[in-house]
Write a protein that binds this ligand. Structure first.
Ligand code: PLP
Length: 454
């Protein structure tokens, strides 16, 4: 293949569509919606082969924190590459994993003492479910095998994590393959009564959870929940009081609380981890996505010594947690994660983000006036806009109209990558974005709403 040929966008697209099957995509869409080969990324910008640049306003599916090709993370990874690219984590260990485990535990509440590495978000959720179930088994509880999760929740795509997810688009087709789980109505504040505050609505909705827990606790292993924001579930949000009440109920009824912080962790909602805003300690915390600053796949579950001790026994009792992944705690991924945590410390990212999120909020406020905007909501560095057919009744557009796709295409034409979830346009930028760039993105979002709601 000649050099020139391999560098033309048209040719790359042709080659790609012959052999690559893309995630979360109806491939036939690419007959009309062009695939975009990206040549390089720098900071918040992505650049294609025709020289077009796009602001990555969704952090490449919520993973990127400090920009593409970040010089510091690059340097740390390169250093690690010179020493050790990978070694198995059973029987062996390495400094990047130990450093990362220590640092993550230090960032967690005092009761969180152990870090179990997994592979990606979905596998972290699967491992959390297995660990919780196995804990009760080791403790002599025979019936605790069910999981409670919220309607409109998303915990991943593997059979285990999809079983506790509740978005029809991803789940319904596979219903027969799912592990039976218990669904409780989400405290989603978009659906609140007009005369209620978010807090009131969240408290009222918790009653539904409490009733289910009271009735079924004997068969329930854990409640799994996305703290504060149901990200894949159209960025629907709720008040921190929910987690506080949930923690109390889980304690009272002997149920684990699994916080799936995969999307909201690492500063997304304004605190390092979203559960902090409810001042609780989950029994298991799932982390992935932003953990490596958006560089590589890695995930962990953090847990307590109480959990750990329930597995600590003579080998022959077969109580150990024999779960593993080939690339568990890959040293390069761990070094990216450590570099990302260095940046959090050095740059005081959490306090700097406060200024950015206030700016986003100010800049977005005018959009709520739009005649086809039903809601503008925000938790820290996650903002979302709900496009509606009728503002008064909050009637939504028929999903088949695919208005989000129009917004996506408008964004690209105007150098901004937004990728709406149905009728919801959201903004979840890398933390290195500046105020001017935020204004640019929000201007483009405004234009996209105009086009999409015409
Ligand atoms: C993305 C996501 C997952 C799944 O993570 P993958 O790495 O994509 O498997 C799980 N839970 C939440 C809340 C997520 O946003």
């Amino acid at each position: 293949m000649s050099k020139k040929e391999s560098k033309s966008a048209r040719d790359l697209i042709k080659r790609d569509l012959k052999v690559v099957w893309h995630p979360c995509t109806q491939m036939k869409d690419h007959e009309k919606i062009p695939l975009i080969p990206i040549k390089k990324g720098k900071g918040i910008w992505l650049e294609d082969y025709d020289g077009n640049q796009y602001i990555d306003a969704i952090s490449s599916w919520w993973v990127n924190l400090f920009g593409h090709s970040n010089p510091y993370i690059n340097k740390q990874i390169t250093k690690q590459l010179g020493n050790l690219e990978h070694v198995l984590l059973a029987g062996f260990t390495h400094e990047p994993a130990i450093n990362l485990a220590e640092r993550l535990i230090k960032l967690s509440p005092p009761k969180i003492k152990k870090c179990f590495f997994t592979d990606n978000g979905s596998s972290a959720v699967d491992a959390a479910m297995k660990m919780s179930y196995h804990y009760w088994k080791n403790k002599g509880f025979k019936k605790k095998s069910k999981f409670i999760s919220l309607s409109n929740s998303y915990h991943g795509e593997t059979l285990g994590s999809l079983s506790v997810s509740n978005i029809d688009l991803y789940k319904k087709t596979y219903e027969e393959l799912m592990i039976e789980s218990i669904v409780v109505e989400s405290p989603d504040c978009y659906l609140k009564d007009e005369n209620h505050t978010d807090k009131q609505h969240t408290e009222i909705m918790f009653d539904k959870m409490l009733k289910v827990i009271e009735k079924k606790h004997k068969e329930v292993s854990a409640v799994i929940i996305e703290p504060l924001v149901q990200c894949a579930g159209y960025m629907r949000m709720y008040h921190p009081i929910y987690l506080k009440l949930l923690r109390e109920a889980c304690d009272k009824y002997n149920i684990h609380l699994i916080a799936d912080e995969i999307a909201v962790g690492f500063g997304r909602t304004g605190t390092m981890f979203a559960y902090e805003q409810s001042k609780i300690t989950p029994d298991i915390i799932c982390l992935s996505k932003g953990i490596t600053g958006g560089y590589m796949t890695l995930s962990t579950i953090l847990t307590t010594n109480d959990m750990y001790d329930a597995f600590y026994d003579e080998y022959t009792k077969l109580n150990a947690f024999l779960h593993s992944h080939s690339y568990t705690a890959n040293p390069i991924a761990c070094s990216a994660a450590n570099a990302s945590l260095d940046i959090f410390e050095k740059e005081k990212t959490i306090s700097k983000n406060k200024i950015l999120s206030e700016h986003i909020s100010k800049s977005l406020s005018r959009i709520s006036q739009h005649e086809h905007v039903g809601d503008v909501r925000q938790h820290g560095m996650i903002a979302a806009i709900e496009m509606v057919k009728n503002k008064l009744t909050k009637t939504s557009y028929d999903w088949k109209e695919r208005r989000g796709v129009r917004a996506y295409e408008y964004g690209l034409k105007n150098n901004v990558l937004i990728r709406p979830l149905g009728n919801v346009i959201y903004f979840m930028p890398p933390y290195i974005i500046n105020k001017n760039e935020i204004d640019k993105v929000i201007n483009v979002i405004e234009g996209a709403i105009d086009i999409a709601t015409k």
